[in-house]
Design a protein around this ligand. Structure first.
Ligand SMILES: O=C(O)CCC(=O)C(=O)O
Ligand SMILES: [Fe+2]
Length: 301
């Protein structure tokens, strides 16, 4: 059965009603996807409602009134107290020259700073990263907020490994490309991290930065300081599920081999942006491979 990509009046009313009574955009999208809506269509529509944009810019799709009680993305951004500075990531242009490669910008937003990118890695580079990682995968851990120790937990059911910065010629080329793309020094990067999710594998919504108030963060902040930005690179097409979701802004990015999503969340004062909450949806069919780069405030050795 083909996926639904249009919105009836009943569904418009339903979305308005549920966002209006405080349901998160992500939960609204989830129900729509369960009811056979195309996931990208559902998240775009819900995002459109949340950002107060349903005033007729999408002819024939969304003639409904703006929803009472729903906040615009701008209002949410103003409330968090995070001070947005000039983004490090270029906010104009369809193509970004990243060292040896031209990367296409598919879409971007400013608050929070998020960009979806295409053609970052060649298909061969994706395969090579998977091949080099396969033999050394281990169950992924998270940082325990209390102790700062790495722990295995159910919220992060994936397998992973990493490469040291400039581990070999191939990895060096990628480290250089990614640093140019992220507009941040190569030596401030953690080594590229590889994750493999199998069916049911997911990463519940989280922040990539280390919250100051968590005692366990301090040990991590000592080397390199706070994380400032993330690049998630998709190494394969996932048959179903596995989207990277941003619940605060109703955004869902579908994995596509060679493409990526970039976001930044730490300003020059060391403040962090809670609107970059994100996670990996459970894989429903196939498997998912990603490579993640995290950048730090200072050199990370
Ligand atoms: O699997 C995903 O799409 C998200 C991964 C992620 O959030 C991370 O590696 O920090
Ligand atoms: Fe993350």
């Amino acid at each position: 059965m083909s996926k639904i990509t249009h919105l009836s009046q009943d569904w418009q009313n339903w979305i308005t009603e549920n966002l209006g009574r405080g349901c998160t955009p992500q939960s609204v999208v989830e129900v729509m996807v369960e009811k056979n809506f195309d996931p990208m269509f559902a998240s775009a529509i819900v995002f459109h409602f949340v950002s107060g944009g349903n005033k007729g810019q999408m002819p024939g799709v969304l003639p409904g009134p703006a929803i009472a009680g729903a906040q615009t993305a701008q209002q949410r951004a103003a409330q968090t107290g995070y001070v947005y500075e000039t983004p490090r990531f270029p906010m104009a242009g369809a193509v970004i020259r990243a060292a040896d490669r031209d990367v296409r910008v598919v879409s971007r937003m400013e608050k929070p700073v998020v960009a979806v990118l295409d053609g970052l890695l060649t298909l061969d580079e994706c395969d090579e990263l998977v091949r080099l990682s396969e033999k050394k995968l281990k169950r992924s851990t998270i940082v325990d907020p209390q102790t700062g120790r790495e722990e295995v937990i159910d919220d992060r059911s994936s397998f992973g490994t990493f490469f040291h910065l400039r581990e070999n010629e191939f990895i060096t080329r990628l480290d250089e490309r990614v640093s140019a793309l992220m507009h941040w020094p190569l030596q401030n990067g953690e080594g590229i991290q590889i994750l493999n999710y199998r069916i049911g594998g997911e990463y519940k919504p989280h922040f990539d930065y280390f919250p100051e108030q968590d005692p366990g963060s301090h040990v991590h902040l000592k080397t390199g300081g706070q994380r400032v930005s993330t690049l998630i690179m998709y190494l394969n097409d996932v048959e179903e599920g596995g989207e990277t979701i941003f619940p605060e802004i109703g955004l869902s990015v579908a994995p596509r081999k060679g493409s990526a999503v970039y976001f930044e969340y730490c300003n020059s004062d060391g403040q962090v942006d809670p609107l970059t909450l994100h996670g990996g949806n459970p894989v429903k069919r196939g498997e998912k491979w990603i490579a993640t780069k995290w950048m730090r405030q200072h050199a990370f050795a």
